[in-house]
Design a protein around this ligand. Sequence first.
Ligand SMILES: *[C@@H]1O[C@H](CO)[C@@H](O)[C@H](O)[C@H]1NC(C)=O
Ligand SMILES: *[C@@H]1O[C@H](CO)[C@@H](O)[C@H](O)[C@H]1NC(C)=O
Ligand SMILES: *[C@@H]1O[C@H](CO)[C@@H](O)[C@H](O)[C@H]1NC(C)=O
Ligand SMILES: *[C@@H]1O[C@H](CO)[C@@H](O)[C@H](O)[C@H]1NC(C)=O
Ligand SMILES: *[C@@H]1O[C@H](CO)[C@@H](O)[C@H](O)[C@H]1NC(C)=O
Length: 390
Amino acid sequence: MGSSRLILHFCLILPLFVGNLSLGADPYFQASCVNTAGNYTANSTYQANLNTIFSQLTSHPDFNNGFYNLSAGQNSNHVNAVALCRGDRNQDECNTCLNETVSELRQRCPLYKEVVGWSEFCTLRYANRDLFGELETSPGSCLLNTQDVTDADRFNQALDNLLTSLSRLATAGGPRRKYAADNSTVGVFQTVYAMVQCSPDLSEEECGDCLSVAKDGIGGCCLGKIGCRILRPSCFLRYESVPFYQTPLPLPSPPPSPPPPPQSSTEGNGNQTTFMIINVVALVVGTLVLLVTSICIFQRTRNTRQHLLATDDDEVIRNDSLQFDFATVGAATNNFSDANKLGQGGFGAVYKGVLPNGQEWSEKQLLPKWGNRGGPDKLCMEILETGGQL
Ligand SMILES: *[C@@H]1O[C@H](CO)[C@@H](O)[C@H](O)[C@H]1NC(C)=O
Ligand SMILES: *[C@@H]1O[C@H](CO)[C@@H](O)[C@H](O)[C@H]1NC(C)=O
Ligand SMILES: *[C@@H]1O[C@H](CO)[C@@H](O)[C@H](O)[C@H]1NC(C)=O
Ligand SMILES: *[C@@H]1O[C@H](CO)[C@@H](O)[C@H](O)[C@H]1NC(C)=O
Ligand SMILES: *[C@@H]1O[C@H](CO)[C@@H](O)[C@H](O)[C@H]1NC(C)=O
């Protein structure tokens, strides 16, 4: 156990990117603190202006279809901010998301003049330069579900077609909302669900360019994976193997423009949500055993892959909530003590562990023959009973 460079091998059970609306802070929150714009000093005018923008964002602003363009201050202390909520979210959800995002960014990027933050339901950017109407595809981030699809060729083809048609819909969405989501079947039993959205201040062409950059990002990040989010300042895309979006609110019809396309009723939004979560829970429970077994078996036949959450830019983001070093695992299981042993399975002993934040999981300590690189130190961890939270 002297080696400090252990690679933990994960068996992911939860549909990682399916949002649970009631859980508070987003465990997959991503932030990019932009170094090149420099820092402001504590208690400076710049900070005061930024705080003005923050309080405008979090004090129940007009909904404006979930898009905000704010600024404060003059000259070198001028701060611009652009915020965009996901197209299927209502005003309350949007406000909550912006509020949480502001808190996260205050903590993660203190003093940075320029920052981009991505929550599940909203994106917030601020800088000491113009942001409104600017197409920006960098910095970026990518989150992936590390589970492989079973029929990659067919899946990728279906996904590609779906994203192409969604991009077309979103770009044509007009100046108030550029959003589209839909599903597509993959063979008989599988469905892929996808969503794309651009900042509505982009032109149709810019939106198409942004989504095309995002789509190209799949290759370098999550090709062949069952779920992925590609995050860019001006647009994002996401796909999953389970439903994760709702019917968008109809846009209020403005006097001169054509009427919005017919929407199915949005009454019973809460029921829909409940239904989605129940659906997901049922799916998870139903496929739990199958997943663990098949992933573990599948994975052991191939070389260890790093489960890095990578960007197309020069940064690589490791999702801390999914990775634990050996010391953490040892401490959590009381050094794999017998008292923490839950049982002996086909792949090895199962231990109960308590993570530093109090959540319990169990893990399997695998037999030495399991992997060809990590030897007896290789672990296959299962996250159980986390209530949807990691
Ligand atoms: C800005 O401040 C952060 C700490 O908040 C620091 O890590 C970073 O190096 C600073 N960047 C510059 C350009 O001074
Ligand atoms: C900024 O203000 C806070 C409270 O208003 C104070 O605690 C802190 O020391 C100040 N920082 C600087 C660098 O002046
Ligand atoms: C957005 O904010 C910028 C900077 O304050 C401003 O110049 C622009 O007119 C705003 N656009 C809209 C549509 O409000
Ligand atoms: C925003 O979050 C703060 C805590 O960070 C909370 O006190 C406040 O009530 C929230 N405001 C809204 C509008 O949700
Ligand atoms: C897929 O989307 C269509 C609408 O485009 C919807 O009618 C159908 O129920 C969805 N299928 C699944 C399995 O979610």
